[in-house]
Design a protein around this ligand. Structure first.
Ligand SMILES: [Cu+2]
Length: 155
């Protein structure tokens, strides 16, 4: 599976039932939902975080950078199959289509948190800021779940 296929598989259109363009409100039509992260086992190992980005605008939204105080570096990775092995490759910028969404999930698209100062522990929350081209940054509070968690509904 190529990186492109990985990304295309994650794009889905949703029904614009209540999509009223908020002209002049920069970034108001982009929302970040269901943030969560997996605890890291050691500070020397990266941790993974997941979000769903909804774009109700009639223009694509492009995620260009990520920022958090708990990691020296945060970037979007895609997990791809290479032969029999699973490999993670950095991807980005991530384009969220007009009227569409991008959903991150374990084994596919994720935010990799690298250069941790200390392990990310179950029960803690941290702030993740998403930077978009042509829209205001969005900061979300990310709860940390068990290392093997599949998502916020998993508890
Ligand atoms: Cu990764």
């Amino acid at each position: 599976m190529t990186v492109r296929a990985c990304l295309i598989g994650l794009l889905s259109l949703f029904v614009l039932a209540f999509a009223i363009p908020a002209w002049g409100q920069d970034g108001a039509t982009i929302s970040v939902q269901q943030p969560w992260a997996r605890a890291s086992i050691l500070a020397s190992r990266p941790a993974a975080a997941y979000v769903t980005i909804l774009n109700k605008d009639d223009r694509p939204a492009t995620l260009v950078a990520l920022e958090t105080s708990v990691a020296g570096r945060a970037e979007v990775h895609c997990t791809v199959k290479q032969g029999d092995a699973m490999k993670m490759v950095p991807v980005g910028p991530i384009e969220v289509p007009a009227g569409g969404s991008v959903r991150m999930q374990p084994g596919r698209l994720h935010v990799m948190l690298m250069d941790l100062e200390r392990p990310i522990e179950v029960g803690q929350t941290f702030t993740l800021t998403l930077h978009f081209a042509n829209a205001s940054p969005i900061a979300v509070s990310v709860p940390v779940l068990e290392p093997g968690a599949r998502g916020p509904e998993d508890d």
